[in-house]
Ligand binder design. Structure first.
Ligand code: AMP
Length: 302
């Protein structure tokens, strides 16, 4: 089985949606990505940083899910990354109420020796300079480097972000962020501009309108599953990325056909995520839960 390293924030989130509120629940891009990927490959070798306020039970839950937490540094003199967001009736748009970088502000990622044999690297959302440092500190370049980012880093850390983007194979980004990054409204043109920045493969997520895969001039589309209730979209993008990379690692392939399948698995995992608050929707799933969801995607478009 090929090896996977994931990188990303491990956080506390406070979330408000039209369906309710949750204070300081477990979140973070690294958490959602790694939990989703753990259904496809184990262990998921996570690199991140937490503070003195992090709960032991959350770490235990991650370990029990098959996440190797050896690469999570704990800083005893600082607090964990904290993010607060609010959704309105149109859940495709959200307002970030607060971002406290805390431990993430000075994070110097250390790659444990046991992680160094890395075939696939999934760089989830955190500082682009840290994402680049992880690439630089691996003794050999992985077969495939996939990267996610968000508006926060595009707005304030563009030069660092462009450097990291130039060194990855796949960029996963949402439609609004693709437009912000490239200054292009057409997603076709935006994907082409991103290609010119480095990545040959681009995935543009469009929330409830599905996701597009741009692969060397070819395009593939996967819808999002229409759901009666979207309870909390937080982490859906990261969960998509986790299912996507998880499937590639499981198949140890990134051919166009495998990438298309990965788009469906990513979308299936994201559909579980939005049904409950925080990470709850992606805990305790079975293989048949996931395969049944994938079948629903196929019947939706066949
Ligand atoms: P998503 O809904 O997929 O965009 O991801 C939401 C998750 O990203 C939340 O659990 C947050 O903790 C985390 N997050 C929010 N802002 C940032 C940021 N600037 N850097 C890293 N992680 C973030």
């Amino acid at each position: 089985m090929a090896n996977l390293i994931t990188v990303g924030s491990v956080a506390f989130d406070s979330i408000e949606t039209p369906f309710g509120k949750a204070e300081r629940i477990l979140g973070g891009a690294g958490t959602f990505i790694s939990l989703a990927a753990s259904y496809f490959t184990k262990p998921v070798n996570l690199i991140s940083v937490i503070g003195n306020d992090f709960r032991e039970r959350d770490l235990t839950m991650m370990q029990e899910a098959g996440i190797n937490t050896y690469g999570i540094q704990q800083k005893t003199d600082e607090k964990s990354f904290f993010w607060a967001g609010k959704y309105f009736n149109d859940m495709n748009h959200r307002e970030t109420l607060e971002t406290q970088l805390n431990v993430l502000g000075s994070f110097d990622p250390i790659i444990p020796d046991s992680y160094k044999n890395c075939d696939y690297l999934m760089l989830g959302n955190l500082s682009p300079a840290v994402q680049q440092t992880v690439i630089d500190r691996l003794p050999t370049r992985p077969k495939l480097v996939v990267m996610d980012t968000m508006n926060f880093w595009i707005s304030s850390f563009l030069p660092d972000l462009k450097t990291t983007i130039s060194n990855v194979d796949v960029l996963i980004i949402n439609d609004e962020e693709a437009r912000q990054l490239t200054g292009q409204y057409s997603l076709l043109v935006a994907a082409r501009v991103i290609n010119s920045m480095g990545p040959n493969i681009v995935v543009i997520k469009k929330g409830e309108h599905g996701a597009l895969l741009f692969y060397y001039g070819q395009i593939y589309f996967v819808p999002a599953l229409p759901l009666e209730v979207v309870f909390d979209p937080t982490g859906a993008g990261d969960t998509f990325a986790g299912g996507f990379i998880g499937h590639l690692v499981k198949k140890d392939s990134f051919s166009f056909d495998t990438l298309k399948e990965a788009m469906v698995y990513g979308s299936a995992m994201a559909s579980f995520c939005v049904e409950k608050f925080g990470v709850e929707g992606i805990l305790g799933l079975t293989t048949s839960d996931i395969e049944n969801r994938v079948k629903q995607f196929h019947s939706l478009v066949s």
